[in-house]
Design a protein around this ligand. Structure first.
Ligand code: 3H9
Length: 707
């Protein structure tokens, strides 16, 4: 072997008559400007080197290439552009082979599609997930993929952003062969030698014609996808552009199609949705960057205890069983335990029915589940999660028992949504072992896990909470102690803003519609009906004694709860749910109750446009989020964004409330709040952090960068 060039982001060396270009840009070989430059130089050098008969592209480390370098989006472009590099690869006079292993995603797959032959190892994950970042495959992917696998399969890949296994990719026609073992270089060299021995020359995807030969059928597939997008991916910008690009692949010659793709890609790149989605991508990867993980390691987790077999306890148990860990559930008596076990079994039976898991998988998971009616059964658990009734005295009693039975070093977690984790910790002799693990319902589905760090919580207890989150495939966010932590504390405030608008003249149906129009899947009153009005009512009653009398209190939700209208589960709440319907219909009686309450409160109703509603709702959310940041309850603005994106349905393409606030401009948000303060200065108090940032011309993102 001869070294042809010094090691760079992509380095080339000859192995007999094959030039091996290794993409070497940790951690995932993203196609940064340096990688593109070196890759292009390698391809060019091979053309004039008489000793080179073929070129092999391989990734260093675990991945081929995870795509374009996402960090470069929004910055001035640096040549060479990726589409040009792909065209250069495809134009090579000598055959180019790509060996795909680990991530071969986005621009990474596009590089491979521009190569002449593709070998995939069993570790390969192939996909065009640009849609998740508000983009479309912009390096020829929208033109080459349909030519290789047809319009329907290409659209499915690009609109879903899903990953394909090597086998699925072979079946689809995206790769030519599957290689043995996990040594990408060895497998790639062997495959390339075989191709050379067979006399294989360049074979260009741009010339593949069979898959789009039936133009009319392909156009019909594109139209069907367009209709589907309009229905199911409502509000998203890039999916329609993907369909348009595929249409160009069908109707236009290749080079013209590439130009169309470029125009559409640049439109997506400039869109605020791309900025929001890329922000969300990085924000989710930031949440584990916390001080405790720098100084401590997680404790060992082999067995998990769950106290309480209600909806929450059962959901947590399923989540833990899914992760391959054994669970022991403790309930107060046999009947309650049986109900808890039945809830867990019911989840798995449903998954079997839907074909998501096999009966063997269900049985395997249930075999890891044990139940008990005494706390002593928890004495060998490494981490115990309490999920009992949301009442401080009940929780204190449970923690006193856990303190008695838990083995030394066991982590004790409370799943409380609001209560003081510091007080709960003090019910034990080892408050350093106690933290909050706030799961969201249904706990086996919702990604968000707030990890609540109390004043006594030890760093390795926190690290263990994050390790559990990783194993459960949750998105963990570190939160400090306060009433409601990050999410529920902020929610309480913007829900209050919504209630005030309801009393002042907007109907709950107007408010829900405006919030949906903003991009939420449902509005706050639909959400309240789904969650059950009794839960919020209990919290309001708990807070009644400590409520600030200067703050306005809207009684409409209480009036509904007093009638037993708790939402879906009782057949009516803010909406009517006749005959167990899951989608509610507006209820004239609710409107009459609201009118009555307005009269009682002496309010003359006034109209609110959808824009008015959205502005107030968001301003209240952003202002309280700023308070949460100011008080150190959340470590950074992007953590607040993640909480709202993964736990509360905030539209992902808007990046989360903090990113959204930056995009609107903090001076604008502050001006709105100051305007509303004229009506109600007690509620609309600008957060000191918001004032400080707005008045110094800074934004929330500047705080993300500071840490
Ligand atoms: C594209 O290709 C556009 C083209 O069509 C057109 C261009 C003209 N760039 O997720 P992890 C970082 S769009 C930069 O924790 P995992 C990530 O931030 C792109 N950085 O690991 C993290 O950094 P840190 C289409 C990237 O093993 C570290 O790598 N491609 C990129 O759980 C590890 O990541 C995609 O959308 C990137 N492309 O998952 C794929 N990718 O350590 C996006 C990752 O500082 N990537 N990083 O926090 C993924 O889906 C996952 O990262 C992957 C690995 C599956 C690869």
């Amino acid at each position: 072997m001869t070294d042809k060039s010094p090691a760079g982001a992509a380095h080339a060396r000859r192995d007999e008559d094959i030039l091996v270009i290794t993409l070497d840009h940790p951690p995932v070989n993203a196609l940064s400007a340096d990688v593109r430059r070196d890759l292009a130089a390698g391809i060019q050098a091979a053309q004039s080197d008489a000793q080179v008969r073929a070129i092999l592209l391989v990734g260093a480390g675990k991945n081929f290439i995870a795509g374009a370098d996402i960090r470069e989006f929004g910055k001035p472009p640096k040549p060479p552009a990726l589409p040009d590099v792909c065209n250069q690869i495809e134009a090579s006079a000598k055959p180019v082979v790509a060996v795909l292993h680990g991530a071969a995603l986005g621009g990474g797959l596009e590089v491979a599609l521009a190569a002449h032959y593709r070998l995939a190892l069993s570790t390969a994950k192939l996909g065009l997930p640009e849609v998740n970042l508000g983009l479309l495959p912009g390096a020829g992917g929208t033109q080459r993929t349909p030519r290789l696998i047809g319009a329907r399969a290409a659209l499915d890949l690009m609109l879903s952003g899903k990953h394909l296994s090597a086998e699925a990719a072979l079946k689809a026609g995206l790769v030519d062969a599957i290689g043995e073992g996990d040594d990408a270089l060895a497998a790639g060299l062997a495959y390339t030698r075989r191709l050379l021995a067979e006399g294989a020359g360049p074979r260009r995807s741009r010339d593949a014609a069979a898959a789009l030969a039936d133009k009319a059928a392909a156009l019909a597939e594109a139209s069907a996808a367009g209709e589907q997008v309009a229905k199911t991916l409502r509000g998203l910008y890039s999916p329609a552009k993907i369909v348009e690009a595929v249409r160009a692949a069908i109707e236009q010659p290749f080079d013209e199609g590439l130009r169309t793709e470029r125009t559409l890609f640049l439109q997506c790149l400039e869109s605020p949705q791309r900025a929001g989605l890329v922000h969300a991508f990085f924000a989710e990867r930031e949440t584990t960057k916390i001080p405790e993980l720098k100084e401590a390691r997680a404790r060992r987790l082999d067995k998990i205890g769950v106290v309480g077999g209600g909806t929450m306890g059962a959901g947590i148990a399923v989540s833990v069983l899914d992760a391959g860990l054994p669970v022991v559930m403790v309930e107060q008596d046999e009947a309650a335990l049986e109900r808890g076990r039945a809830r867990v079994a019911q989840v798995y039976d449903l998954l079997v029915k839907k074909g998501r898991i096999t009966t063997d998988e269900r049985d395997g998971r249930m075999a890891r589940f044990t139940g008990a009616t005494t706390y002593d059964a928890l004495n060998d658990a490494d981490l115990i999660i309490e999920a009992v009734f949301e009442d401080m005295d009940v929780k204190l009693a449970v923690f006193a028992q856990l303190d008695r039975v838990a083995k030394p070093g066991a982590v004790l977690a409370t799943n409380t949504s609001y209560l003081d984790v510091n007080r709960i910790a003090c019910a034990t002799r080892v408050p350093g072992n106690v933290l909050g693990l706030h799961f969201f319902s249904p706990a086996n589905i919702m990604k968000l896990l707030e990890i609540v760090v109390g004043e006594h919580t030890a760093a390795d207890t926190v690290a263990t909470g994050f390790d559990l989150a990783r194993r459960l495939r949750k998105t963990p966010v570190r939160a400090g102690v306060c009433d409601g932590f990050i999410g529920n504390r902020i929610l309480a405030v913007h829900r209050q803003a919504a209630d005030m608008m309801m009393e002042d003249g907007a109907s709950p149906y107007d408010i829900d519609a405006a919030v949906r129009e903003f991009g939420y899947p449902m509005g706050p009153y639909q959400m309240a009906d789904l969650a059950g009005g009794d839960i919020g009512w209990a919290t309001r009653k708990r807070r009644a004694a400590t409520r600030d009398p200067a703050l306005r209190y809207v009684q409409i939700p209480d009036r509904l709860c007093e009638r037993g209208w708790f939402g879906q589960k009782t057949g009516r709440g803010f909406y009517l749910y006749p005959d167990g319907a899951r989608v509610g219909t507006p209820d004239p009686e609710v409107l009459a109750i609201i009118d009555e309450e307005r009269r009682r409160a002496g309010v003359t109703p006034r109209p609110f446009t959808h824009e008015d509603i959205q502005r107030r709702y968001l301003a209240a959310m952003i202002n309280e989020a700023a308070n949460v940041l100011h008080q150190g309850i959340a470590l950074r603005p992007s953590d607040v964004d993640v909480v709202f994106l993964s736990g509360y349905g905030f539209p992902r393409y808007r990046g989360g409330p903090m990113h959204y606030a930056d995009s609107v401009g903090l001076d604008q948000v502050l001006a709105d709040i100051r305007g509303y303060a004229g009506e109600d200065p007690a509620f609309w108090k600008p957060s000191p952090l918001l004032v400080q940032l707005a008045e110094s011309g800074r934004n929330f993102a500047s705080l993300n960068q500071a840490d």
